[in-house]
Design a protein around this ligand. Structure first.
Ligand SMILES: Cc1cc2nc3c(=O)[nH]c(=O)nc-3n(C[C@H](O)[C@H](O)[C@H](O)COP(=O)(O)OP(=O)(O)OC[C@H]3O[C@@H](n4cnc5c(N)ncnc54)[C@H](O)[C@@H]3O)c2cc1C
Ligand SMILES: Cc1cc2nc3c(=O)[nH]c(=O)nc-3n(C[C@H](O)[C@H](O)[C@H](O)COP(=O)(O)O)c2cc1C
Length: 456
C-alpha cells in the first residue's frame, strides 16, 4: 500500500516537473521572439532592402535567398526574414521590402505566415505611406484561387498607402519567364543589367535501388516504399521534414518532365533516401507523371534525377519536447523520418496517430511501428482503419476520443506535426484540434511553431 502511495507521488511529481519545465521553456521562447522582433524594428540603414518570405514547403524561401543574393551582387545591403516574424504595424520602419509569398490550402497564407496574416486585419489603414515594396507571388493556376495570398498581401499594402516599386509578378508553377521578369526588376533596383540568370537547382544522379508494394490487394491506389541510392557525387544530406524533388521521364531515358515533390521517409544514416509513393492514374488509365515514373516505368538500377529541398517549416523541434505525429496514407513518410530522427536523438516522448483504409491490407510499415513501440521510441501508437467498421473512422476521431490525453501532452509542451492529405484529413484534424484545445490556444501553438503541417 505504502509503496503504491510512493509510486503515485513520484508520478505526480514527475508530471509537475515536466509542466514547470514546459512553462519555463515557453517563457524563454516568448522572450527570444520579442528580442528578434525588436532587432527587426531597428532602422536597417539607408538604401537597405528587407526580403520577406512566406513559404510552406520551402520554394518561396529559396527564391527569397536568390533575390537577396542578386541584390547583394549589385552592392545593396539586404536582410531576409520569414514574414511570420514581422509585425505588420511596424513595416513602415523599413524603407523597401520585397515579399516572396506562396499560397497554400485554398488561397490561404502558408502556415508560417499566419502570425502576420492574422494581424493584417487589425493593422489600421494608411500607416505605410513611407514604404516601397514589391511582391513575387507564387502559385499554381490549377487551384481556384491563383496566387491568393500574394494578391491579398499586395492589395493590403496598397490600401495602407505603401508604394509599389513595380507591379506584382505572379509565378505559375515556377514559370521561368515570370522569374526572369522579377530578376529584370531586381537588376533595375540594383542598378545592374549584367547579373546572371537564376538557374533551377541542379539535380543529382541517384539510382532506384528498391521498390516494395506496401498494400497488396488494397482498395486504394498501390503505395510503394521506394528506395534511392546516391550516385557518385550526389549530395546525400537532408533532415527529417525535407522534400525530394524528382525529375520524372515519360519513358525510360525519354524526355524530362516537370519535377514532382515527395516527403522524405528516411535519414541519411539509413544509407538510402526513401519515399512512400502512391501510384496515381487518370480516369483513362494513364499513369501519373511522377508517381508512374517512380513506381512503374523506372526499373531497379535506373538513374533517377533528384534534388533535396530544405523544408524548414517541417523540421523537428530543436529540443526533446514531446511530439504528436498525425498522418494518413503516404503522409506516414514525413512522420517516419521524424520518428527515426527522434530515435537517433534519444527523444522518446512520441505519439503516432496514423490512418489508412484497412488493417488487413493497408497497415504500412506496421512491423516497424511495432518495433518502435517495443523499444520505447513510440510512447503510444493509434492506428485507425476507416473501412474496418460500418461507420468510417479517421485520425480526427482518434484525436477527439483522446482529447484529455492530447490536452495533457500539449500542456507538457508537446508539438503537433501533421503529414498527409490536405483534402479531408488536414481540415478534419485542424477542426478536431480547435475543438479540443480551443481556437486561441491552437493559434498560439501555430504561432510558436508547435503546430506544423506538411499536407498536400
Ligand atoms: C509538399 C508535398 C509533398 C508530397 N509528398 C508526397 C508523398 O510523400 N507521397 C506521394 O505519393 N505524393 C506526395 N505528394 C504528391 C506528389 O507530389 C504528386 O502530386 C503525386 O505523386 C501525383 O503526381 P503525378 O505526377 O504522379 O500525377 P500527375 O500526372 O500530376 O497527375 C495528377 C492527378 O491528376 C490525374 N490526371 C492526370 N492527367 C489527367 C487527365 N488528363 N484527366 C484527368 N485526370 C488526370 C492523375 O490521375 C493524378 O491523380 C506531395 C506533394 C507535395 C506538394
Ligand atoms: C496543398 C497545396 C495547396 C495549394 N494551394 C494553392 C492555391 O490555393 N492557389 C495557388 O495559386 N497555389 C496553390 N498552391 C501552389 C503553391 O503556392 C506553389 O506550389 C508554391 O510554389 C509553393 O511554394 P512554397 O514551397 O514556398 O510554399 C498549393 C500547393 C499545395 C501543395
Amino acid at each position: 500500500m505504502m509503496q503504491r502511495g510512493i509510486a503515485a507521488a513520484c508520478v505526480v511529481l514527475a508530471w509537475l516537473l515536466l509542466c514547470a519545465w514546459a512553462w519555463r521553456r515557453s517563457r524563454r521562447e516568448a522572450a527570444a521572439r520579442t528580442r528578434a522582433l525588436r532587432a527587426l524594428d531597428t532602422a536597417p540603414g539607408e538604401g537597405a532592402v528587407l526580403v520577406a518570405h512566406a513559404s510552406q514547403t520551402g520554394y518561396a524561401e529559396t527564391l527569397a535567398a536568390q533575390t537577396a543574393d542578386t541584390l547583394r551582387a549589385g552592392g545593396l545591403a539586404v536582410r531576409t526574414v520569414a514574414l511570420g516574424q514581422l509585425d505588420p504595424a511596424r513595416l513602415a520602419h523599413h524603407g523597401r521590402v520585397l515579399f516572396v509569398a506562396s499560397t497554400y490550402g485554398e488561397g490561404d497564407p502558408p502556415d508560417a505566415a499566419a502570425p502576420f496574416a492574422d494581424r493584417m486585419d487589425a493593422a489600421t489603414g494608411g500607416a505605410l505611406e513611407g514604404l516601397q515594396y514589391a511582391v513575387l507571388a507564387l502559385g499554381d493556376s490549377g487551384y481556384a484561387n491563383f496566387c491568393g495570398f500574394g494578391r491579398q498581401l499586395d492589395e493590403w499594402l496598397r490600401a495602407r498607402g505603401a508604394a509599389p516599386l513595380f507591379d506584382r509578378v505572379e509565378v505559375d508553377n515556377g514559370d521561368a519567364a515570370a522569374l526572369r521578369h522579377w530578376q529584370h526588376h531586381l537588376g533595375l533596383l540594383a542598378g545592374r543589367s549584367d547579373l546572371p540568370d537564376w538557374e533551377a537547382p541542379a539535380y543529382d544522379a541517384w539510382r532506384l535501388s528498391g521498390r516494395v508494394l506496401l498494400n497488396p490487394g488494397s482498395e486504394g491506389g498501390p503505395c510503394y516504399l521506394v528506395s534511392l541510392a546516391p550516385g557518385d557525387g550526389a549530395r546525400a544530406a537532408w533532415q527529417a521534414g525535407d522534400i525530394a524533388e524528382i525529375g520524372p521521364r515519360r519513358e525510360r531515358g525519354g524526355q524530362r518532365l516537370p519535377h514532382r515533390e515527395y516527403s522524405i521517409a528516411s535519414l541519411p544514416q539509413d544509407g538510402c533516401l526513401q519515399l512512400l509513393v502512391r501510384q496515381m492514374r487518370a480516369p483513362d488509365g494513364s499513369l501519373g507523371l511522377g508517381s508512374g515514373w517512380l513506381t512503374e516505368i523506372a526499373r531497379i538500377g535506373d538513374e533517377i534525377e533528384l534534388r533535396v529541398r530544405v523544408n524548414r517549416n517541417f523540421h523537428a523541434p530543436a529540443d526533446g519536447r514531446p511530439l504528436i505525429l498525425v498522418g494518413n496514407g503516404t503522409g506516414l513518410a514525413g512522420l517516419r523520418a521524424h520518428i527515426k530522427q527522434r530515435r537517433a536523438a534519444g527523444h522518446r516522448s512520441n505519439w503516432l496517430i496514423f490512418g489508412e483504409r484497412s488493417a488487413a491490407r493497408d497497415a504500412f510499415c506496421n512491423a516497424e511501428i511495432e518495433a518502435w513501440l517495443a523499444d520505447g521510441t513510440l510512447a503510444r501508437a493509434d492506428r485507425v482503419y476507416s473501412r474496418d467498421q460500418p461507420r468510417r473512422r479517421y485520425v480526427q476521431h482518434v484525436l477527439a476520443e483522446q482529447a484529455a490525453q492530447l490536452r495533457q501532452w500539449v500542456e507538457a509542451g508537446a508539438a503537433i506535426y501533421v503529414c498527409g492529405s490536405l483534402q479531408g484529413m488536414a481540415a478534419g484534424v485542424d477542426a478536431a484540434l480547435r475543438e479540443i484545445l480551443g481556437a486561441e490556444r491552437l493559434l498560439a501553438l501555430q504561432h510558436e511553431g508547435g503546430y506544423r503541417r506538411d499536407v498536400y
